[in-house]
Design a protein around this ligand. Sequence first.
Ligand SMILES: C[S@@+](CC[C@H](N)C(=O)[O-])C[C@H]1O[C@@H](n2cnc3c(N)ncnc32)[C@H](O)[C@@H]1O
Length: 101
Amino acid sequence: MAYRLFEGKEHASIYQQYRFTPPSGLKDVIIQYLDKKKGQPHVLAVDLGCGTGQHTRLIAPHFKEVVGIDISDFQLEEARAVPGYANITYRYAEVRCRCKC
Ligand SMILES: C[S@@+](CC[C@H](N)C(=O)[O-])C[C@H]1O[C@@H](n2cnc3c(N)ncnc32)[C@H](O)[C@@H]1O
């Protein structure tokens, strides 16, 4: 049985407030990997399960366009409320995997 803990308005608000900013070292590892494997420019990144957008914003300066996707309208509402990231768009979608989980 699945529990969908992140979707409520209150949870999204608390998540935005207290979820720590991811370490920039993690982002550096990802970008350096892409630089080496694919090379510049980095055109599009898709952040599946973006929540309130902490990682989405972290990678935004390195891509022409970033799309954050989440199943929670409230998480997306919090993400969209953060100004200053013209290359990010947020979209509602339920990502489904093919396994039986
Ligand atoms: C643990 S939070 C992580 C949020 C963000 N990536 C971060 O690092 O702060 C997981 C997020 O995935 C979303 N989520 C869970 N299942 C999903 C699904 N099937 N499709 C799209 N989003 C989903 C939740 O609504 C929640 O915002």
